[in-house]
Design a protein around this ligand. Structure first.
Ligand code: KIV
Length: 290
C-alpha cells in the first residue's frame, strides 16, 4: 500500500521518511531562481535542491569548486520565494564545511536563518559533522558516489563504486551517514546494482542521479531536464524539453520582427485618447461650446 501523497500538503522530512518503505518515489530537481522554483513547486515536485551545480549552470564556471557561501545564499533566497510546498535543501559549497565543524555549523545555520532552507546537503563521508549539525537541529542530506567537489581526487567525473572494495566502502559510509542522522542520501554516478544494494540496506530514502531505478527517489539538474545545457547531456539524463532550441528560435523570431519593423504592431502600441465628438446642435437651440 502506498502512502497517500496530498497534492497540496507541505513536504516535510518525516513525510519523506514515511515514503521509504512503499513509495511513492521522491521526485527532486535542482532550481536556482524564483521562476524555476515556482514552476517546480506548482508541478508538484517534492524536493528542490539549490545545488552547487549552479557554479556551472548559472555562473559559467568549469567545476563546482568556485562558488561561495554568499553566492549560494543569494540563489537560495530566490528559490525560497518561489516555493510553497516542496522541501528546500541548500547545498553546502566547497570550502564551507571542510575546515572544521564550528565553521560548518555556522554556514549551515546561515542557510536556514538567512535564506529559509529547511535542510542542507553535503558531499562525502563526514558522519561526525553530520551528527554535530543534526544535534543543532539542522537536517542533513548526504551525498556519496561521484561527488563533484572531489573532481581532482577522482581524476574527473567518473562513475564510482565499480570494484568490490569500492562497493564495501560505499556500504560502510552510507550506513555511517544514516546512523549519524542524515534524513536522506543522494547517490550519484554509481552502478545501478550498487544503488539497489544501498537502497535496500538503508533505513533512509536514497535519491539517485546516474544511479539507476532502484533508488527511493530521483534528482536531476534543472538545465538537463529542460534541455538548457551547453554540452550533450550525460547518459543518465532524460531531457523532457528542448529548451535551448526553443529559446533560440524565439529570440531569432524577435530579432527578425524588430529588424523588419513588424514589432510592435498597432495593437501593441499605446494611442492618444480619441478626440471627443463635436456637440450636435438641436434645431432652434444654440449650442454653447464654452
Ligand atoms: O549540485 C547539484 O546539483 C547536486 C545534484 C546533482 C544532486 O548536488
Amino acid at each position: 500500500m502506498s502512502v497517500w501523497k496530498s497534492p497540496s500538503a507541505k513536504v516535510t522530512i518525516p513525510a519523506l521518511l514515511e515514503r521509504k518503505p512503499h513509495g511513492p518515489r521522491i521526485a527532486a530537481i535542482t532550481a536556482y531562481d524564483y521562476p524555476s522554483a515556482r514552476l517546480a513547486d506548482e508541478a508538484g515536485l517534492d524536493l528542490v535542491l539549490v545545488g552547487d551545480s549552479l557554479a556551472m549552470t548559472m555562473l559559467g564556471h568549469d567545476s563546482t569548486l568556485a562558488v561561495t557561501m554568499d553566492e549560494m545564499l543569494v540563489f537560495t533566497r530566490a528559490v525560497r520565494r518561489g516555493l510553497k510546498r516542496a522541501l528546500l535543501v541548500a547545498d553546502m559549497p566547497f570550502g564551507s564545511y571542510q575546515a572544521g565543524h564550528r565553521g560548518a555549523a555556522r554556514n549551515a545555520l546561515r542557510f536556514m536563518k538567512e535564506a529559509g532552507a529547511e535542510a542542507v546537503k553535503l558531499e562525502g563521508a563526514h558522519p561526525a559533522l553530520v551528527r554535530r549539525l543534526v544535534d543543532a537541529e539542522i537536517p542533513v542530506m548526504g551525498h556519496l558516489g561521484l561527488t563533484p567537489q572531489a573532481v581532482h581526487r577522482m581524476g574527473g567525473y567518473k562513475v564510482q563504486g565499480r570494484t568490490d572494495a569500492a562497493v564495501e566502502t560505499l556500504r560502510r559510509q552510507a550506513s555511517q551517514l544514516a546512523e549519524a542522522g542524515c534524513f536522506s542520501l543522494v547517490l550519484e554516478g554509481i552502478p545501478r546494482e550498487v544503488a539497489a544494494i544501498l537502497s535496500a540496506e538503508l533505513p533512509i530514502p536514497t535519491i539517485g542521479i546516474g544511479a539507476g531505478p532502484a533508488c527511493d527517489g530521483q534528482i536531476l539538474v534543472w538545465h538537463d531536464v529542460l534541455g538548457l545545457g551547453q554540452h550533450p547531456p550525460a547518459r543518465f539524463v532524460r531531457t523532457y524539453f528542448e529548451g535551448a532550441a526553443h529559446i533560440s528560435a524565439a529570440l531569432l523570431h524577435y530579432l527578425h520582427d524588430v529588424e523588419s519593423g513588424t514589432f510592435p504592431s498597432d495593437q501593441e502600441s499605446y494611442h492618444l485618447p480619441r478626440p471627443r465628438p463635436a456637440p450636435v446642435a438641436e434645431e432652434g437651440l444654440a449650442v454653447s461650446t464654452a
